[in-house]
Design a protein around this ligand. Structure first.
Ligand SMILES: O=C(O)C(=O)C[C@]1(C(=O)O)C=C[C@@H](O)C=C1
Length: 89
């Protein structure tokens, strides 16, 4: 029975996978842009209230979340996201 089922061509598998990755990357970029906007709103509110732009305890929670979710490279992703959201320390 299985020999009656056509095996997809590798080129088709690659093209379909790449189309899906392109869509995923588009969504990730949109989510990162949304995160930057929300983060800056929080920072501006804190600055306006006399606080500081950076809150290290909160950043550590976020770094831990990414490391637990994605393993060691998650730390780099979290640091890159935080850099995008609040500029370099
Ligand atoms: O959660 C906050 O208080 C924020 O300001 C947001 C955010 C973030 O982008 O996650 C940005 C800067 C702070 O140092 C901590 C976290």
């Amino acid at each position: 029975m299985n020999e009656l089922v056509a095996k997809p061509e590798p080129a088709d598998v690659i093209a379909a996978g790449r189309a899906e990755i392109d869509e995923i990357d588009k969504q990730i970029i949109e989510l990162v842009q949304r995160r930057v906007t929300v983060s800056r709103t929080i920072q501006e509110a804190r600055l306006a209230a006399g606080g500081r732009r950076v809150e290290l305890a909160r950043e550590n929670q976020i770094i831990t979340r990414y490391r637990e979710g994605l393993g060691k490279p998650g730390t780099s992703i979290a640091l890159t996201l935080l850099e995008l959201c609040r500029g370099q320390r």
